[in-house]
Write a protein that binds this ligand. Structure first.
Ligand code: NAD
Length: 491
């Protein structure tokens, strides 16, 4: 794999990036990536790779994150398989030009929207779901008929090496490539002109990506994060709610998930009941000593371990710990930790946590939670647990978020009929299912006319009669059009 070797020898510089893009542009210009058959063959190649190398993938994900095998299957491998199946099943339909209505102004004509690939695109992915978040966008790029370069995260090196070793073996390497590397290699890639950049990661780097893209007017999809709130009402099935909250927070990558609940808001009166239920569920799931549980991922590396420790060690925060707090720095594990009423001006209440720490904020009335949420940047996901339909309606109406889920956590991203993406600080653009195809397509407007029915009224010299006709047409006044035509014909 060229990308890997070039990176390891430190040769993936601007020149290497430029020649890679040149090569892929040549492939794209040949037109081969546009055919239905080519797209199908690549999608099948990806599906085959994931099936045949499933065990190696599980191993890589374990090396990178100590990801439990079940989690690796459920949240990464099976998601990629189903994204491929979905794309293969619906691709013909997605590629079909969409017939749309014609207007009286263009009569006689027919109109359609033709989806065309953008060209050569770049996918930059993060470490937390290193398989899913790399290959899922690549599936969209291929389905839409693009040539694509994947730059996986150096923070998940085992999965990155897996891609470098195998991807090009299973797909057409004249159009689909992997470049491993960190900031230098990504910077070299960003110096090039792309037809789209699809970036998943944090908001700080997103600004670097957008600035680089702006130089060439390259469109971007930015899949970012933020603080995802979770509001809990008292009239709920507490046992089911506690299971779903604990699974969404600690059972998914130890909270290192973009849509993981970041903090809970509940009422002062209900908080003790909720906290007891969460503690019981935590013990059921991860035992009395969660640091030894085989069912929790570790923190990805010592930098992130230190970042999370800093959040906990702030004086005004450490006194608020009501559960957990234990850490094993050597093995990079942090126990599921809950805090009650951490101050709003603390770091933990202002930075995305992205780890196994869960602040619980109490309010007098649940409606007050809307102000707390709206005082922060727009989140990627917002959750509500309630049986109160009126509260649910208000939540949907008053809170702006990338996506929402009522009475569960995270699962909304598993429905390919829903777009997945952020709003404001949590990102721009979306994907999944048909939205992935659209993210990498240009919707080309095509109007077909024949030479018949050429209306002299649109051409000079302009006369009051022609003006009457054009005005009636623009206003959609059919009666006016007929009258104006009759007057024109009669002279
Ligand atoms: P990361 O450190 O792996 O960085 C992401 C990518 O950016 C990597 O490929 C990395 O090489 C590249 N990168 C880093 N610094 C760069 C620079 N200076 N210039 C160019 N490229 C650079 O991952 P991360 O950012 O720590 O990921 C965690 C963040 O991502 C969280 O904020 C999380 O919420 C967000 N996230 C969002 C989604 C989503 O789908 N919306 C999914 C997962 C993670």
């Amino acid at each position: 794999m060229a990308g890997e070797k070039e990176h390891k020898k430190g040769r993936f510089d601007n020149d290497a990036a430029a020649s890679l893009v040149k090569e892929l542009r040549k492939t794209f210009a040949s037109g081969k990536t546009k055919s239905y058959e080519w797209r199908v063959a690549q999608l099948k190649g990806i599906a085959k790779l994931v099936s045949e190398k499933e065990n190696e993938l599980v191993e890589a994900l374990y090396k990178d994150l100590s990801k439990p095998e079940t989690e690796a299957h459920v949240t990464e491998i099976s998601m990629i398989k189903s994204a491929c199946t979905h794309a293969l099943k619906d691709l013909k339909q997605w590629m079909k030009p969409e017939k749309v209505k014609s207007s009286i102004l263009t009569f006689p004509s027919s109109a359609e929207i033709v989806s065309e690939p953008l060209g050569v695109v770049l996918v930059i992915s993060p470490w937390n779901y290193p398989l899913l978040l790399s290959i899922d966008p690549v599936i969209g790029a291929i389905a839409a008929g693009n040539a694509v370069v994947l730059k996986p995260s150096e923070v998940a090196p085992a999965t990155s090496s897996f891609f470098a070793k195998y991807v090009e073996e299973y797909v057409d390497r004249s159009a689909i490539r992997v470049v491993e590397g960190a900031v230098d290699e990504t910077t070299a890639l960003l110096e090039q002109k792309w037809d789209k950049i699809f970036y998943t990661g944090n908001g700080k780097v997103a600004r670097v990506i957008m600035a680089a893209a702006a130089k060439n007017l390259t469109p971007v999809v930015l899949e970012l994060g933020g603080k995802c709130p979770l509001v809990v009402d008292s009239n709920i099935n507490l046992k089911v709610a506690a299971r779903r909250i604990v699974a969404g927070k600690w059972g998914s990558n130890s909270g290192q998930t973009c849509v993981s609940p970041d903090y809970i808001i509940t009422t002062k009166t209900f908080a003790p009941t909720l906290i007891d239920a969460l503690k019981d569920t935590l013990e059921n799931f991860f035992g009395k000593d969660p640091l030894q549980s085989k069912d929790m991922s570790r923190i990805v590396n010592s930098n992130h371990f230190a970042r999370l420790s800093n959040l906990l060690d702030e004086d005004k925060v450490s006194s608020k710990i009501i559960h957990g707090g234990q850490r094993d720095e050597k093995r990079l594990y942090i126990a599921p930790t809950m805090l009650l009423d951490a101050p709003q001006d603390s770091k933990i209440m202002n930075e995305e946590i992205f780890g196994p720490l869960l602040p619980i904020i109490t309010v007098d009335k649940l409606e007050n939670s809307f102000d707390v949420i709206n005082s922060k940047s727009k989140p990627l996901a917002a959750y509500l647990f309630s049986n109160d339909k009126k509260l649910e309606e208000e939540f949907v109406g008053k809170i702006s978020a990338g996506g929402m889920l009522i009475n569960d956590t995270i699962l909304h991203l598993a429905n390919p009929s829903l777009p997945f993406g952020g709003v404001g600080e949590s990102g721009t653009g979306s994907y999944h299912g048909k939205f992935s195809f659209e993210a990498f397509s240009h919707k080309k407007a095509v109007l077909h006319r024949s030479f018949g029915g050429d209306a002299p009224a649109r051409y000079p010299p302009y006369t009051p009669g022609k003006q009457r006709l054009v005005k009636a047409m623009l206003e959609g006044d059919m009666f006016g059009v007929i009258c104006a035509l009759i007057r024109l014909v009669r002279g």
